[in-house]
Design a protein around this ligand. Structure first.
Ligand code: ASP
Length: 355
């Protein structure tokens, strides 16, 4: 029988009503007691690591979770992390970078309703997660929620209240789970033990700037005082405003001149960026060699940068790591170098014809 470690960190799944609103109070042992059916397929032990609303989750907590998994790695066949839904996609992405190529599954789950309520998604989500963590074909970091198995770098909370809160962005579901049957939609080849890596450093100095019509570029100068990298969430496939006598251009130049990292992404959830399409994107990307998130989720982009900047400050190494596919996070980095030869693509993941 598979041995699973259930790591509880709080969230709605573990919450109870209080005068101040829902707050995490249910313990890891109590969570497990709500799914006695799991004893049929796994032997589970529990670890109460935190008991917080995931609004309070920080990079130091991601390191704590990864470190707990590392120190118990040999003793268990799989891990289930119970977590609040609000920042679950960030934690799943962060763990994808901190625990790479794990042959054992690390499953993150939570719920929209507390597990002690009569009508709740919590029991199904927890039971499905234990089932998936016990599956021979499962590996790596995933989210299991509402019957879907989502790559850890592809999850996004898209609904605040419904049970189907999470979607897999720009990538198919790995599997679905119905009535305790797992249906794999994708091959999930198990990495070898020798390939796996734990990391224990993150650089939190990563900021996000969401463009709105009229935003002043001075915000970028302000951010430069506190952050080593900025992700600019631009409109559509991507570009930067040229109004105000090119102030954005000047601000970006300043960031690059002092060796800081600028990543362009889009505020549109689906289909990703492509800065080469419009003049407002192409010229600035070419001039400064800005990084581009393409099909990565924002959650993956943020945590990947924190992981990369925890390892290196070297711009070419940052670029290399950023475009390296980790736990299925980025596929769309192909750019034509030679339009007559598909072999000249920068990656092997797709074919793209620029307009
Ligand atoms: N605020 C809660 C949390 O993220 C919401 C949830 O778990 O669904 O911890």
């Amino acid at each position: 029988m598979k041995r699973i470690l259930l790591i509880a960190t709080g969230g709605t799944i573990a919450s109870q009503r209080s005068m101040q609103g829902l707050k995490p109070l249910i313990t890891s042992d109590e969570l497990l007691s709500y799914v006695p059916q799991a004893q049929k397929f796994c032997q589970t032990e529990t670890l109460q690591l935190l008991n917080i609303d995931s609004t309070n989750m920080q990079p130091s907590h991601w390191l704590m979770i990864a470190s707990a998994i590392r120190s118990h790695y040999r003793s268990y066949d799989g891990f289930v992390v119970c977590h609040g839904t609000d920042t679950m996609a960030y934690t799943a992405a962060a763990l994808s970078y901190l625990i790479q190529d794990s042959p054992k599954p690390v499953v993150i789950t939570g719920a929209q309703k507390p597990i002690d309520m009569e009508i709740t998604d919590a029991k199904t989500n927890l039971l499905d997660s234990l089932l998936f963590a016990s599956c021979d074909r499962a590996s790596g970091v995933t989210i299991v929620f509402d019957g879907k198995v989502i790559a850890g770098t592809r999850g996004k909370k898209e609904r605040t209240k419904s049970y189907n809160a999470f979607s897999s962005i720009n990538f198919p579901y790995i599997a679905t789970i119905q009535d305790q049957h797992i249906l794999f939609y994708l091959d999930n080849p198990k990495p070898q033990n020798t390939q796996m890596h734990f990391y224990d450093r993150l650089n939190e100095r990563v900021a996000l700037l969401k463009l709105i019509p009229s935003l002043k570029a001075g915000v970028l100068d302000y951010l430069a005082e506190y952050y080593d990298a900025v992700i600019i969430e631009s409109f559509g496939v991507g570009g930067l405003p040229s109004y105000d006598s090119g102030d954005f251009h000047k601000a970006i130049k300043q960031w690059i001149n002092v060796g800081k990292t600028v990543v362009m992404t889009t505020q549109v959830t689906n289909e990703g960026s492509n800065m080469s399409v419009y003049e407002v994107g192409q010229s600035i990307k070419q001039e400064f060699g800005l990084l581009e998130a393409y099909d990565m989720t924002l959650e993956a982009t943020v945590t990947k940068l924190m992981w990369i900047l925890g390892q290196t400050n070297d711009p070419s190494e940052i670029q290399k790591l950023f475009y390296q596919t980790i736990n299925r996070d980025i596929l769309y980095t192909a750019t034509w170098r030679n339009s007559s030869d598909c072999g000249e693509f920068e990656t092997t993941s797709g074919c793209q014809a620029d307009l």
